[in-house]
Ligand binder design. Structure first.
Ligand SMILES: C[S@@+](CC[C@H](N)C(=O)[O-])C[C@H]1O[C@@H](n2cnc3c(N)ncnc32)[C@H](O)[C@@H]1O
Length: 268
């Protein structure tokens, strides 16, 4: 079976459309500036104070500069953490002389897992299993219903739903090759009947589905809503786990427990 492509123009992946403003590029910029500042510090202390700071203190200074600049650039808190840890990881790999083969392997795995996260601003993280009963409770029971998880990761959600509702059709579309391949293999060897496609959900025609589920990121929500409004059938359901659509009140908000994220539901 094939999924129809969208007839509407392909949506912008990045909300501002400018790749140079993406957090990943800004994060790289932060490291470059922090490196420059720590280099200046290293040379200044020798020139003016006739002392020499230990390279480990310079490393700590680099990390702190990187965090400070990240805060000033209003990067999200997890970038502060990444910026802080990154210089130590680089130094550790040099000190322990990690084989370049390991670094390459880790890099390739990261690329296959996170693929175009730098553009989509939607990294991989799985939804909780407590989400399943919340979706089932709201999903119409009509036979033949077509459900799709846009950004299906390793495919667990669609597979679990397909076991609970064998008379309905479950799909997943995923942009990153490694999770997509894992979901494709799981679908062949597990009892569920979901199908998984490698691709960008922005090129899909949403009109072919009765329920569209998304677990993406705040950055992706405005474009998702625009596309859902333009293409989804009247009466179809759009669900988003954890992330609301700014300025669009959900018809329903469900939480399975106090610590779980909200499942937002809109009827188109
Ligand atoms: C937060 S994970 C959610 C995984 C899964 N839906 C779940 O509930 O466990 C989001 C996934 O969306 C994928 N993704 C991001 N942008 C995408 C796009 N434009 N098209 C298809 N997949 C995308 C990411 O690669 C990532 O695997």
């Amino acid at each position: 079976m094939e999924l129809a492509s969208s007839k509407s123009p392909k949506g912008k992946i990045s909300p501002d459309g400018n790749i140079l403003l993406s957090p990943a590029i800004r994060a790289l910029f932060v490291q470059c500036i922090a490196l420059l500042l720590s280099y200046l510090l290293y040379n200044l202390d020798k020139e003016f104070f006739a002392i020499s700071l230990s390279p480990y203190l310079i490393l700590v200074a680099h990390s702190l500069f990187a965090v400070l600049i990240s805060i000033m650039l209003r990067l999200k808190w997890w970038w502060w953490l990444i910026e802080f840890i990154f210089p130590y990881a680089v130094v550790a790999s040099l000190v322990y002389q990690l084989s370049p083969g390991y670094s390459l392997l880790i890099f390739v795995l990261m690329v296959l897992l996170f693929w175009s996260t730098y553009r989509t601003q939607v990294p991989y993280f799985p939804s909780k299993s407590s989400l399943l009963p919340c979706i089932l409770e709201q999903m119409p029971t009509m036979p033949g219903l077509r459900f799709i998880d846009v950004g299906s990761g390793f495919g667990g959600l669609s597979l679990n739903l397909s076991r609970a509702r064998p008379e309905q059709h479950f799909y997943g579309v995923e942009i990153a090759p490694f999770p997509w391949l894992a979901s494709w293999i799981r679908a062949r060897f597990s009892s569920g009947s979901a199908e998984f496609f490698l691709g960008n959900y922005l090129t899909l025609d949403f009109a072919g589905f009765d329920l569209i589920f998304a677990y993406l990121s705040p950055a992706a929500m405005p474009a998702l809503w625009e596309k859902a409004q333009a293409e989804m059938k009247k009466g179809a359901l759009l669900m988003s786990y954890e992330f609301p659509i700014p300025g669009i009140e959900a018809d329903l908000q469900i939480k399975s427990s106090a610590n779980d994220p909200v499942l937002y539901v809109w009827r188109i």
